[in-house]
Design a protein around this ligand. Structure first.
Ligand SMILES: *Cc1c(COP(=O)(O)O)cnc(C)c1O
Length: 486
């Protein structure tokens, strides 16, 4: 505070020296009791000098001009509102007795903390520049091929097709498994709608399966009942779409055993779980087809993109064919079936190659952040965390907590509002798809008498989880949570 406060008895020279040292362009004049009298800018001093004042004159001749101040209990959003209202960029903050305790400015106040922001490494730019230098500005080229090979090598899987999005990969997976009009596809209910949309693109009917409480992912018990019912009705699903939520694998062994017993292929939606493992195996490589997303908010990003992987290289070859408008190998562009424009750009694949080099670091950073949250908020009664079963190594794409309504007076909505007031982005847990208006009337199998996904949705919060947040960001989030929930 000393750096920016000045008294009426100080001189113009004092003020100019202080302005020069603090480099904030503004000072606050206080009384000897610390009360705020006015703000002083470079311009105020300049005008005094032009009006004939001397450097050794004191500041007492400046007219009194009580400035807008904010009580130190005001939220960030509240302070920004004051700035807007009064068309100013600086705001002295005062305590209950009116003493100056802080000087806020627009730039630092408007620093928003995002849920999951992109985090570039060092190599992305170089790969992109190579693409420019060689003029491979197309959905084909050396970065695309290399990105696929590098993903295969990293995951230990045979084949991969780089695509324009995770959604495109899911849609192609449906096509590869011949999902069509009138077919049924089983799908995790607790997920982003992108998991289920391609079922509808293909004119098929989704049946939603609940989560089990340990991994938050597809419940083997619910899947078994759904499969039994389907067999009894004489219509098995064409595919089972298992989501690995928030970076954590589903309990794949019992799920795959059931799928194999009924002869139904599995699509593993690993859009959120690149870098995670299940019993030491890479998430996304256990189902018959695996899907990854490189959307801007995922653990690594190409700004937008996806990957379809499989041990079945023929399937992946066909995915490439379908993703390039199903063009037959004829000079005149022959087409025997309907395809899509789903291939990844060679420029974006360059970003992906750079990002892949730092994936391990990103996973480590997100896991460390989760540990920090858990340690520093551990004293809050009624707060618990998304568990990690002993067979799981989660990438902790998002740090997710649960608020027990029986032990906590604040609702998740109230906590998210408090975070939002501090310009911190947080989100509820995915609204289960069986509750989405667009899927009204679809069947749903719960884990037990209770619907686990509904409980997670009603009591959960996804906290900011970016791997490039500063310590100050993390402090701000944790301070806000403590102030709200303690
Ligand atoms: C992000 C996401 C997708 C879709 O990926 P896009 O690349 O955004 O199309 C699909 N499923 C889940 C679970 C996701 O989180």
């Amino acid at each position: 505070m000393k750096e920016i406060t000045i008294l009426a008895s100080d001189t113009l020279r004092d003020a100019l020296q202080l302005l020069d040292r603090s480099a904030r362009g503004i000072l606050v004049m206080t009384g000897t009791d610390g009360g705020v009298l006015r703000t002083i800018t470079d311009g105020d001093i300049r005008r005094m000098l032009l009006n004939g004042a001397a450097l050794e004159d004191d500041l007492a001749t400046l007219p009194q001009k009580t400035p807008v101040t904010a009580p130190d209990t005001t939220s960030r959003a509240g302070m920004l509102e004051l700035l807007d209202q009064h068309r100013i960029d600086h705001l002295p903050v005062v305590d209950a007795t009116g003493r100056l305790v802080d000087l806020q400015d627009r730039k630092s106040l408007s620093q928003r903390i995002f849920l999951s922001a992109p985090h570039m490494g060092d190599a992305e730019r170089e790969f992109v520049e190579q693409a420019f230098e060689t003029n491979w500005i197309a959905p084909i080229g050396p970065n695309v091929d290399a990105f696929e090979q590098e993903i295969c090598a990293m995951l230990g899987i045979r084949a991969a097709a780089a695509l324009s999005s995770g959604s495109a990969a899911l849609h192609l997976a449906m096509r590869l498994l011949n999902v069509g009009t009138g077919d049924v596809v089983f799908c995790s209910s607790l997920t982003f709608i992108a998991s289920a949309n391609p079922i509808l693109y293909q004119g098929a009917e989704p049946v939603f399966i609940d989560s089990e409480p340990d991994s938050w992912n597809m419940s083997p018990a619910a899947l078994e009942r759904a499969l039994e019912d389907a067999r009894r009705a004489g219509k098995l699903p064409k595919a089972i779409l298992i989501v690995n939520l928030y970076g954590q694998s589903a309990d794949m062994d019992p799920l795959m055993a059931l799928a194999d017993a009924y002869g139904v292929p599995v699509i593993e939606d690993a859009a959120e779980s690149l870098g995670a493992t299940y019993k030491g195996r890479n998430s996304g490589t256990i189902g018959h087809l695996g899907v990854f997303s490189f959307n801007g908010n995922k653990i690594i990003t190409t700004s937008g993109g996806g990957m379809l992987v499989s041990e079945d290289a023929d399937m992946i070859q066909r995915a490439r064919f379908l993703s390039t408008q199903a063009r037959e190998p004829a000079l005149h562009y022959e087409h025997k079936e309907i395809g899509y424009n789903y291939r990844m750009s060679n420029i974006l694949a360059g970003i992906g190659r750079g990002q892949l080099q730092v994936l391990g670091k990103r996973v480590a950073a997100r896991r460390a952040l989760f540990d920090t949250y858990r340690a520093r908020l551990g004293h809050i009664d009624g707060l618990s965390w998304m568990a990690e079963p002993d067979w799981s190594y989660s990438n902790r794409w998002l740090s997710v907590c649960l608020l027990d309504p029986a032990r906590m007076s604040k609702s998740p909505l109230a906590v998210m509002q408090a975070l939002s007031d501090e310009m911190i982005e947080a989100r509820p847990v995915w609204k289960p798809l069986h509750r989405q208006p667009v899927f009204e009337g679809c069947r749903y199998y719960t884990h037990s008498n209770e619907s686990t996904s509904d409980r997670f949705f009603e009591t959960g919060i996804c906290l900011p989880s970016g791997s490039n947040m500063t310590d100050a960001d993390v402090d701000r989030i944790i301070d806000t949570l403590c102030a709200t929930m303690e």
